[in-house]
Ligand binder design. Structure first.
Ligand SMILES: Cc1cc2nc3c(=O)[nH]c(=O)nc-3n(C[C@H](O)[C@H](O)[C@H](O)COP(=O)(O)OP(=O)(O)OC[C@H]3O[C@@H](n4cnc5c(N)ncnc54)[C@H](O)[C@@H]3O)c2cc1C
Length: 464
């Protein structure tokens, strides 16, 4: 067997609209590879729930590939530094001439890929990175001066203006290939290596591409029209619930964009008032792109530094007990606590509450946003470096196009506005009756007074 093409799967666990897979399939019989990087993922604080979801999606990918007659080889590179050797060993045993993959943009992932590219060059293998994780590749949307955008609205305008029909035409899976024969050399270790990942038994988030497609269909047919109003109401399932699937690549953003455009009379944006729900949803997909482009263009944000470096001078308070109360959902602010408990219980939190809880940590408690960023990663099933870092730095006013430091959400007003009948609060903080906490003996008084905390935050940001 000669000139096998390896396709190296990472956060692109699907066979539909996967440019790396399709390119590999054009050049020869394909063998799919996935590397388990358990130690590296622990360093990146990847949540146990996400690892379980990954396992579920990997098993689903194995089935999808089987229908195409493509074997999936699971390898082990505990840290990214071990990836080049692990891949070359697999490539050599399958007589591979090339490796294709879809790019990932955080710094460690980029470094790993550079090392793999160098190792491939030395071994005489072709190594190609594609951009299946985004609709438009990072670096291709720039200002008139050729710089990356750091503000969302002009980015979105330029992004939309650059789209071509390819960007809303997802690629079908490759054709079923001829039988490639048994694994040469050592037998597949898939089962043993998959045991390194926790099992996935979460009925809230069935794993795999079919479920992602089902959610997309349900969202577009039943919820998209009302998305603009419903998306901010945490008691309603008014959003798509696609974030775990998009972040692990069980479905592509291009597939989502194409389906939304189709429903939107083949348009990407709409006349004001026509289909505002879809327009707003497409904007969310663009936010996803924006943060990925920012991650690729500004590698310092992957090192723990703030996007706006001057904000690294801020002297955040150190108060482990206060942080713990925030983590446990015991701040005494019902909406904040409901959000944190939703996260702790389900591994997912509604977007409005991600903003409310992140702002509470960074502005009311003046605790370092990086603590919250890490806690979210440790618990989110959809934990995604670019979106999480972007969301946290937006809330803490340290990032690209972030909320101005003086705009501080009042968690009680937010509750009145977005959970008017306390439905969400009652679900997650059952010991109190809506916003009325006085009678509850097990629920704490607010840990800070909003008005005082606001004044303290304004002084803190002004001083620095
Ligand atoms: C502090 C903070 C942390 C966040 N961390 C993550 C994270 O780790 N992973 C993650 O996927 N999203 C994150 N988000 C963005 C957003 O909260 C979630 O994507 C959204 O709640 C997912 O729900 P959904 O799939 O129903 O979204 P929908 O409203 O249906 O939106 C569709 C898709 O658009 C993308 N999207 C929506 N909003 C945003 C946004 N603000 N930024 C980037 N992409 C967006 C997601 O891929 C989402 O699945 C974070 C936001 C904040 C404020």
């Amino acid at each position: 067997m000669h000139n096998t093409a390896l396709v190296w799967f990472r956060n692109d666990l699907r066979v539909t609209d996967n440019p790396a897979l399709n390119t590999a399939a054009e050049s020869g019989p394909v063998v799919a590879v996935f590397l388990i990087s358990d130690e590296q993922w622990a360093q990146h604080h990847v949540a146990t729930r996400r690892l379980a979801f990954l396992k579920g999606c990997l098993l689903d990918l194995e089935n999808q590939l089987e229908t195409l007659n493509i074997p999936l080889v699971i390898g082990h590179a505990a840290s990214f530094a071990q990836a080049p050797a692990a891949l070359l060993e697999i490539a050599s045993s399958w007589h591979a001439a090339s490796i294709d993959c879809n790019a990932e943009y955080p710094l460690n992932e980029q470094r790993r890929d550079r090392q793999v590219a160098n190792a491939c060059a030395t071994a005489g293998l072709r190594f190609n990175r594609h951009h299946g994780g985004v609709i438009v590749p990072p670096g291709s949307v720039s200002t008139a001066a050729g710089a990356p955008y750091t503000v969302f609205s002009p980015f979105k305008r330029r992004w939309l203006s650059q789209l071509t029909p390819d960007d809303w035409s997802p690629e079908p899976p490759p054709k079923r290939q001829a039988n490639i024969g048994d694994a040469p050399g050592p037998q597949l270790n898939n089962e043993r290596l998959l045991a390194l990942l926790p099992d996935h038994n979460d009925d809230n988030w069935p794993a795999g591409s079919k479920e992602a497609e089902r959610r997309l269909e349900i969202f577009l047919s039943r919820k998209a029209a009302g998305y603009q109003q419903q998306r901010d109401i945490p008691s309603q399932a008014g959003t798509s619930g696609l974030s775990p699937y998009l972040s692990i690549g069980a479905i592509s953003a291009r597939t989502c964009l194409a389906a939304a455009r189709e429903l939107n009379d083949q348009r990407l944006n709409v006349k004001p008032g026509a289909r505002p729900g879809l327009d707003t949803w497409i904007s969310e997909l663009v936010w996803r792109e924006f943060y990925r482009h920012v991650t690729a263009a500004f590698p310092h944000i992957s090192t723990g530094a703030a996007f706006r470096r001057e904000t690294d001078q801020l002297e955040w308070r150190k108060d482990p007990a206060a942080f713990e109360r925030w983590c446990q959902g015991m701040t005494g602010y019902p909406l904040v606590d409901a959000g944190m408990r939703q996260l702790n219980e389900t591994g997912w939190m509604h977007n409005r509450l991600r903003m409310v809880t992140a702002m509470f940590l960074s502005k009311h408690l003046l605790l370092d946003w990086r603590l919250g960023e890490r806690y979210f990663m440790e618990n989110l099933i959809d934990g995604d470096f670019a979106a999480n870092n972007g969301g946290w730095q937006w809330s803490a006013s340290t990032g690209t196009d972030s909320v101005p430091y003086f705009r501080i959400f009042n968690p009680t007003s937010q509750a009145k506005k977005f959970d008017a009948h306390s439905e969400f609060i009652r679900r997650w903080v059952p010991e109190i009756d809506g916003l009325t906490a006085e009678s509850a003996t097990t629920y704490p008084a607010p840990m800070v007074d909003h008005a005082l905390a606001r004044q303290r935050a304004l002084a803190f940001f002004k001083r620095s």
